[in-house]
Write a protein that binds this ligand. Structure first.
Ligand code: UDP
Length: 370
């Protein structure tokens, strides 16, 4: 029976980076992937008719402050100079996100300057010392009107819960800017792989055995026996057969549409803030490659519909109850000496791509030095 030094379950970013490091260190590595492609939710494909590189699971912009991570990913792909900007539509008008001086001035019909914005927001802000939920946190940052316009509806759709039931930290991803700076990220390194993510993953996994369309859980005893070390990147509650109950996950589904015109919405991501619009955002991936231009006819858009789908967990919700359940699964995980649990699903963390890579680099370095 063939054995491997390392069997990695899941070919997303964590699994692929771990596998690459282990293979480079001379270990035999097998990666099992349930889907018919590697790359996890970063996966991209090229549309023949339009030449558009589509991010299959929504727009993924790479951005980092971590020099080591930046050097590492540049071994496998070159990046373009795309800078992410997000617009949002509220009651038929378009505003820029994250909330900045331009958003506030357009929304209230004002022409405030930076130093005036602070005093203006100070008036608006709810005085809450320790925000207990997302609504309180948002209201203490921007006040009721901006919260209701740009955060409440979007958040309700995204998470399927009233923002009063959600943890406050979700919103710390969204800064408030006192200038007209509408850049979504402030990291020194940003971009999208020139040829999309699929070739990047293919290069990372060169020399690694990869089996696609294989569900680890259908034969876990077989795979576990054949591995000296198991790296599990799927949902941690599933690994332990939901012994301590289910963690809350949120999923998304995408509705693809083709358009004859060369440019449909004029930007890569348009958010829809209002609760009565059933989707949260529309992606137009053609705009992720400004270096290719827009002249070629035809474009594609993807409407993003958040949904509950236990079979395709995407976002960890992290209610207080979830964190208690997670602590129990963590204790079980620690009792599995030959297994490593990593990535968004196994760690139940709302991870950015660069943080996932950092975690996989550090974990593999630690394991390989033993
Ligand atoms: N958010 C919001 N309005 C927006 C965009 C985001 O209220 O127009 C909130 C929402 O709660 C969301 C969080 O900010 O879940 C993070 O959004 P982001 O788009 O950064 O997250 P992504 O889904 O891209 O990881």
């Amino acid at each position: 029976m063939r054995r491997w030094d390392v069997v990695v379950v899941g070919a997303g970013l964590y699994g692929a980076v771990y596998a690459q490091r282990a293979a480079e260190a001379g270990r035999s590595v097998l990666v099992l992937e349930r889907r018919d492609h590697v790359g996890g939710n970063c996966h991209s494909w090229d549309d023949e008719a339009t030449g558009v590189t589509v991010h299959a699971y929504g727009t993924h912009i790479f951005h980092t402050k971590d020099e080591g991570v930046w050097r590492y990913v540049n071994r496998f792909t070159r990046f373009n100079h795309y800078r992410h900007r997000v617009l949002t539509t509220h009651r038929g008008r378009v505003y820029s996100m994250p909330i900045n001086l331009g958003t506030v001035n357009a929304f209230f019909g004002l022409s405030l300057r930076p130093r005036e914005l602070e005093a203006f927001l100070q008036e608006k802000r709810a005085r809450i010392d320790e925000p207990k939920n997302l609504e309180e946190k948002a209201m203490s940052l921007v006040g009721r009107e901006l919260y209701e316009a740009f955060v409440r509806g979007y958040t309700q759709k995204q998470w399927g819960r009233d923002p009063r039931e959600l943890p406050p930290d979700i919103i710390t991803r969204l800064p408030v800017r006192t200038s007209y700076d509408d850049a979504y990220f402030d990291d020194p390194h940003q971009g999208v792989p020139l040829e999309g993510y699929a070739p990047m993953f293919a290069r990372m996994l060169e020399g690694v055995d990869v089996e696609l369309g294989v569900d680890f859980f259908e034969d876990r005893a077989r795979w576990t026996q054949r591995a000296d070390r198991l790296v599990f990147t799927g949902p941690i509650d599933r690994f332990f057969d939901h012994a301590h109950g289910r963690l809350s996950w949120r999923s998304v589904r995408f509705e693809l549409e083709r358009h004859e015109e060369p440019d449909h919405q004029g930007t890569s991501v348009m958010n829809y803030a209002d609760a009565d619009v059933p989707y949260t955002r529309i992606h137009e991936p053609k705009h992720l490659h400004p270096e290719r231009g827009l002249d070629r006819p035809g474009t594609l858009t993807m409407r993003e519909h958040p949904c509950a789908d236990d079979d395709a967990p995407a976002y960890p919700v992290r209610f207080t109850d979830d964190l208690e359940v997670l602590a129990r699964y963590r204790a079980l995980a620690e009792a599995e000496p030959r297994a490593r649990f990593g990535g968004r699903l196994a760690e139940y963390r709302y991870y950015d791509m660069d943080r996932v890579i950092r975690a996989a680099l550090d974990a593999s370095a630690e394991d390989l030095s033993r």
